[in-house]
Design a protein around this ligand. Structure first.
Ligand code: 4AD
Ligand code: MG
Length: 458
């Protein structure tokens, strides 16, 4: 079909030209009386805005179809682009032809012309992208993904694909979904499809490390799975993660990369998603544009975990979880640091080894590892990463201490056996990034079809 995108019709098309647009009806107003007209607003997903099409009774199907159009109908409209008479838009269409592709019974169409709650729209995930909010989220998510690839491609990082089915537990937390073709209850791995215990991956890191340790700088970007029973606005059972990994890179280089990377994403969205960001700023999170602009321009704070614990202990407030050296930071701590104390992103480094996975490099103090978490206002942790343990003996000890059998990870330890090098990387949660950028408060609303405990519809 030779159609013009509504985005282009509204910004680029020549007034007076004949164009064809296609989309879904958002609203219809039928003016009765002497001057009969129908105002149809259409959206095709190319942008947030709708185009207004003005249809008059001379159309052959005016009585039979046009006056009966309702929200959700799909139509192809041909007509002349003219300066708009009304308020709110600069151009509109004078319709020559309306072709109805698919009706949408107004009695039962779930996306009515009123505000729906996000909870309700989650039950209509297959249609919710027809609303302003979910269309805007989809477009911003797309721009973020494009910016991610641009960033790494422009720096010579190789895009690699790591497996989704795996037999290793990267994060060592045991929160993995089993992959099996056995009937329930059987644990006879030898008889199973792969002849071993397999799961959905929690991270592509270990495999990405192998590529980095031959090819230099690489990144993976794909779905990851966690079977933790967390029902929070920031946890999904299936989420997307970007994981760069660089050889000849230490913890400081890693933090620099993470900061540049986030700033690139934020400024790309500000540059390219003007209309959608205005929408979020007005309806979802007042001030989100200002926050994003501020973050894209300010230097991130860098603090060690130990310094952070001291700051939190001296903050003079009642914590639900009193901060104590050796315990993981909680959301309330992360929010205090990023929203109150520093009012910008904070990169926390050098965590106690006991609360971090086996692969993180042990520091000379013997107590901390070269870990890094990037915390942002409202969301908390958006990135987790580290310099990796490149010394075979230390790595093997750390594995044993965490209950892993080094023999199971022979290929991973081989990287330390043959030409080991310092290397580092991190993982950025895509959905938390979309949340931060848009101000959407629930992670279930920034991924098309969310998977969470007891929820895998669609
Ligand atoms: O901190 P995490 O667990 O780090 C890793 O998996 C490392 N292997 C990454 C690496 O070094 N290559 O997860 C990284 C990020 C978190 O900071 C968070 O943004 C996101 O992934 N994340 C989740 N997002 C949504 N739902 C969940 N359940 C998430 N768990 C982690
Ligand atoms: Mg983490």
């Amino acid at each position: 079909m030779n159609r013009t995108l509504i985005k282009d019709a509204l910004t680029d098309a020549v007034v007076g030209s004949e164009i064809t647009v296609a989309g879904w009806v958002r609203t219809v107003r039928n003016h009765k009386g002497k001057n009969r007209f129908s105002f149809i607003t259409l959206n095709d997903g190319s942008c947030l805005a709708t185009i207004q099409a003005v249809a008059d009774p001379k159309l052959s199907n005016y009585e039979s179809e046009v006056v009966h159009l309702t929200a959700g109908c799909s139509v192809v409209v041909t007509g002349k682009l003219v300066e708009s008479q009304g308020k709110g838009q600069s151009v509109e269409m004078q319709v020559d032809e309306v072709r109805l592709l698919g009706a949408a019974d107004a009695e039962v169409y779930p996306i009515q012309q009123k505000r729906h709650t996000f909870e309700f729209l989650r039950t209509q995930a297959h249609l919710r992208t027809r609303t302003n909010t979910f269309g805007a989220v989809a477009r911003v998510r797309n721009v973020i993904c494009a910016a991610i690839h641009e960033f790494f491609q422009s720096r010579g990082f190789l895009y690699v694909h790591t497996p989704i089915i795996t037999s290793s537990d990267c994060e060592g937390a045991g929160e993995m979904f089993r992959v099996t073709t056995l009937e329930t209850g059987r644990d006879d791995f030898d008889a199973d499809f792969f002849g071993r215990r397999t799961s959905l991956t929690v991270s592509g890191q270990l495999e990405a490390e192998t590529y980095a340790c031959s090819l230099g700088s690489v990144y993976t970007f794909g779905p990851t799975f966690r079977a933790e029973n967390s029902n929070t606005p920031r946890h999904l059972s299936e989420f997307w993660m970007v994981e760069p990994e660089s050889a000849f890179c230490d913890a400081d280089d890693n933090a620099d990369l993470a900061e540049d990377f986030l700033k690139h994403i934020f400024s790309s969205v500000l540059q390219r998603c003007g209309e959608d960001m205005e929408f979020f700023n007005k309806w979802i999170d007042k001030g989100v544009i200002e926050t994003l602009t501020h973050v894209a321009e300010s230097e991130f704070v860098r603090l060690t975990y130990t310094e952070a614990i001291e700051i939190l202990q001296k903050a003079g407030r009642k914590w639900e979880f009193p901060p104590e050296w050796g315990n993981d930071t909680q959301t309330e701590h992360e929010r205090y640091l990023t929203e109150e104390k520093f009012q910008r992103p904070v990169i926390l480094t050098d965590y106690p080894s006991t609360i971090k996975p086996f692969y993180m490099r042990l520091s000379d103090d013997g107590k901390t590892v070269a870990a890094m978490d990037v915390l942002v206002p409202k969301i908390g942790e958006i990135i987790g990463g580290s310099q990796r343990e490149e010394r075979l003996d230390v790595l093997t000890e750390r594995m044993k201490a965490q209950g892993l059998n080094p023999d199971d990870y022979w290929w991973y330890t081989d990287l330390r056996r043959y030409g080991t090098v310092p290397h580092a990387g991190f993982g950025l949660g895509l959905e938390r990034t979309v949340q931060f950028v848009t101000g959407m408060s629930n992670i279930r609303d920034v991924i098309p079809f969310p998977r969470t405990p007891r929820s895998a519809e669609f």
